[in-house]
Design a protein around this ligand. Structure first.
Ligand SMILES: Nc1ncnc2c1ncn2[C@@H]1O[C@H](COP(=O)(O)OP(=O)(O)O)[C@@H](O)[C@H]1O
Ligand SMILES: [Mg+2]
Length: 395
């Protein structure tokens, strides 16, 4: 019960009852202070708990809202936390891995990497920075993994925190920039001597062809001229990749550029069906028409090759009014692209074709980048490949 501890007996006497009353009064007084103290400590505890809870919630909110993926594990390797960014970056569901040991979650190469990290930690390494390439739901990704061991006050290892940065777009841009520079130099160095070589061969043929009257002579001269033209063509492709003439940007309809591109392929492809599907709300875009058309030609060219004379190519354009992004999908029912190939696709000189230059997609990538857009590749369902371009619409 909630006894009244302030109750005091008011009675003066020197006998035993008097002593009893005194002790009683003392006791109730002490009990009262004790209860006050308990109430006070209870209040303090409550406050501290509330502050701790606030701190915990704050950390949780921070973790959920940063763009880096964050995963923490305890010192036995059990996965303790995983934030939203990590879930979407790695395409995993926290429910499937929380409270599981990483050894049960990871497979093959990833387990090898984890074991390597483990050995290094065992040797006293506390932080690691590891570049990682992975295919996440069919799309190639590049990450930087930052690994930090966690220590408590007594310097005891209590686990580790892993922070993932998605550097896919950055890496692609850097690689393309490097290749552009190489291409620019090659184009420059090789192109200059070509014209005099060709002119000289033609001149020799003109001047001495009749006089010498030998098939070998004329055919050699012709071969030189012909191959110089081939090299010139290659160099021009280099140059196109290295630097486009300055962009000539106008307001235009991307649907028209797509239709013009398709028109180029109408003839001569009997069993290849090239279809288009445009949403009704596509805004006008500020584009370099010529470059954009070149990009679509390169993409359709690849798709036509991939379907190998028989199949369907669908170009779909839609508009996200909230994000203000125009999305163009070019899907084909061709042979598709392996995960390994996907990681190299946009690099110059990557080709699986006998006579492929491997510049097509590198050029597409730089055109789309010049328009502040992005391009990525996915598997098409049920078969083939799908290239997705996203362009910002500025009003
Ligand atoms: N739609 C597609 N389907 C299958 N593979 C493709 C497709 N588009 C591109 N590729 C692959 O990407 C490679 C690079 O393409 P690209 O840069 O245009 O160079 P190239 O066409 O000269 O080979 C191709 O060799 C091919 O392996
Ligand atoms: Mg190509």
């Amino acid at each position: 019960t909630d006894g009244d501890l302030n109750y005091q007996i008011d009675f003066e006497t020197d006998d035993e009852i008097g002593t009893l009353i005194k002790s009683f009064n003392l006791m109730t007084k002490q009990l009262a202070t004790g209860r006050e103290q308990i109430a006070l400590s209870g209040e303090m505890l409550k406050q501290q708990n509330a502050e701790l809870e606030k701190g915990r919630q704050y950390i949780e909110i921070v973790l959920e809202n940063i763009s880096a993926g964050v995963i923490s594990i305890d010192n036995k390797g059990t996965i303790m936390t995983i934030n939203k960014a990590a879930e979407s970056m790695l395409d995993i569901n926290s429910r499937d891995i929380l409270n599981h040991n990483f050894k049960d979650v990871l497979k093959n190469d990833y387990l090898k990497i984890a074991n390597k990290i483990n050995t290094q930690v065992a040797q006293g390494q506390e932080t690691l920075r590891i570049p990682l390439s992975a295919t996440v739901s069919g799309a190639p990704k590049h990450f930087f993994l930052n690994f930090n061991t966690l220590k408590n006050d007594q310097d005891k290892n209590v686990g580790a925190v892993l922070v993932f940065d998605d550097v896919t777009e950055l890496e692609k841009a850097q690689r393309v920039a490097a290749w552009r520079e190489v291409a620019r130099r090659i184009a420059h160095e090789v192109k200059n001597p070509l014209t005099p070589i060709k002119l000289s061969a033609q001149r020799l043929k003109r001047k001495y062809g009749k006089e010498i009257n030998d098939d070998v002579f004329t055919s050699c001269a012709d071969t030189i001229v012909e191959h110089v033209d081939l090299i010139k063509n290659l160099v021009n492709q280099f140059a196109a990749f290295a630097k486009f003439p300055d962009a000539n940007v106008t307001q235009c309809r991307i649907e028209n550029i797509v239709l013009e591109t398709i028109a180029l392929y109408r003839e001569g492809l009997e069993n290849v069906d090239i279809k288009s599907r445009f949403a009704e709300n596509i805004p006008m875009l500020k584009l370099d028409q010529q470059h954009m058309k070149q990009a679509f030609i390169n993409l359709v060219d690849n798709a036509v090759y991939a379907v190998n004379k028989k199949g369907t190519i669908l170009i779909d354009i839609s508009y996200d009014e909230i994000l203000k992004i125009v999305r163009i999908e070019i899907a084909d029912t061709g042979k598709g692209i392996s995960d390994k190939e996907k990681t190299k696709l946009f690099e110059p000189y990557f080709s699986t074709k006998k006579s492929g230059m491997g510049l097509g997609l590198a050029i597409v990538h730089s055109i789309i980048s010049d328009h502040n857009g992005v391009i990525r590749v996915q598997d098409n369902k049920p078969e083939g490949a799908k290239f997705i371009i996203e362009l910002p619409a500025y009003s």
